[in-house]
Design a protein. Structure first.
Length: 365
């Protein structure tokens, strides 16, 4: 195959795809990307057998169509190192690929394209469309609560539930939970559920822009396409826990506060918290919220701020990192905390937006 195109036209799809390619692979071909020419369109595919990303770009000239695989990391490093506006000529044959630009010349080893694996999109049970930016915000509002390498493998991902004109995401690691809803045009008589693996969620968030995207959900796969890319991921086979059971129902102690003030105060208190447990004590009294953090060196941080609260006095402990994660993603200026007692979870919400709710479990200090 032979083609030529501008550096920027090749770099963008390469950067979309290269994140899914693992550095250490048991199969050498999984370290490669598949380059394929169809008419004037170049598609670049990367996969780790669980997630597949295809990036698209237009070439300036196609001399000979075809397909070949080359090292993902080496190709992206070469293209990135070339000067802006550079023209790139690519040619392959006899087990080698030749990349030339100006006076620069690189010869890369190749592997046959017919050995490159493909992630099958499977059947389609549901289809919907939305703006990529809406999906990006939707993922950002919940993804921080996903578990990492938990033995409960189904928590190492994000639950999507599609019902009539609504898409819901839920993520939890057993200590905190995030739930977010977005309105979308979809017709569904029943609730369709899917667990998207953590890596798929992270890669998808990186791909999304403001372009329109099409989502097709099957029993084993999810596929999301736009003009620039096609993303396919296998789904986690498992039953997600009943998240409604952990939603606090009767939090009669309501605290209203300024998001930025709370965020700054917790951030300062966190400086002297225990680096391992990250615990902070929260003391509530009428019109006031005090937070105290200690560490093994007998150091202490104390912050006090005015809040809208008129209930009984309460002392409760939290992992300050979990609270900061929630405060970082809330879009509005005012926060509502609903509490019941020192042993019950806190419900955290944005007062101006009820699309997202967060649950943070207390900790004993």
């Amino acid at each position: 195959m032979k083609f030529c195109l501008a550096r920027e036209a090749l770099l963008r799809p390469l950067q979309l795809v290269v994140g899914v390619v693992e550095r250490r692979q048991t199969l050498p071909i999984l370290s490669n990307v598949l380059l394929s020419i169809d008419d004037q369109r170049l598609s670049i595919t990367g996969t780790d057998l669980e997630v597949e990303i295809i990036g698209y770009t237009e070439t300036s000239a196609v001399i000979e169509s075809g397909e070949i695989t080359v090292s993902a990391r080496k190709l992206v490093d070469i293209v990135r190192s070339l000067p802006e506006g550079a023209k790139i000529d690519f040619a392959s044959g006899d087990g080698k690929a030749l990349v030339t630009s100006g006076r620069s010349r690189f010869t890369l080893a190749t592997l046959p394209s017919n050995e490159f694996p493909s992630v099958d999109g499977g059947d389609k049970t549901l289809e919907l469309s939305m703006k990529g930016s809406v999906m990006k915000n939707f993922i950002a509002a919940t993804s921080f609560a996903m578990a990492q390498q938990d033995v409960r493998y189904y928590l190492n991902g994000m639950l999507w539930e599609v019902s009539e004109n609504n898409l819901r995401a839920v993520a939890t690691d057993g200590h905190r939970m995030a739930r977010c809803d977005v309105v979308c045009e979809v017709s569904s008589d029943t609730t369709v559920s899917a667990i998207i693996p953590r890596k798929g969620v992270v890669e998808l968030a990186r791909l999304l822009s403001d372009d329109q995207i099409d989502i097709s959900l099957g029993s084993n796969h999810i596929r999301i396409t736009s003009e620039d890319f096609c993303f396919t991921s296998k789904l986690v086979d498992g039953a997600y826990p009943d998240y409604d059971r952990v939603m606090p129902k009767e939090g009669e102690k309501i605290v209203l506060g300024d998001r930025d003030e709370l965020k700054q105060a917790f951030s300062r208190a966190a400086i002297l918290s225990n680096e391992k447990f990250r615990g902070v004590r929260v003391l509530l009294s009428s019109g006031s919220l005090k937070m105290i953090a200690n560490n093994p060196e007998q150091e202490e941080a104390e912050e006090e701020m005015s809040v809208d609260y008129s209930g009984d006095d309460l002392e409760i402990g939290f992992n300050v990192s979990y609270l900061l994660d929630v405060l970082n993603v809330l879009p509005g200026n005012d926060v509502r905390l609903s509490l019941s007692d020192a042993n019950s979870s806190a419900l955290v919400e944005d007062t101006s937006n009820d699309n997202a709710v967060y649950v943070v479990m207390p900790m004993r200090l």
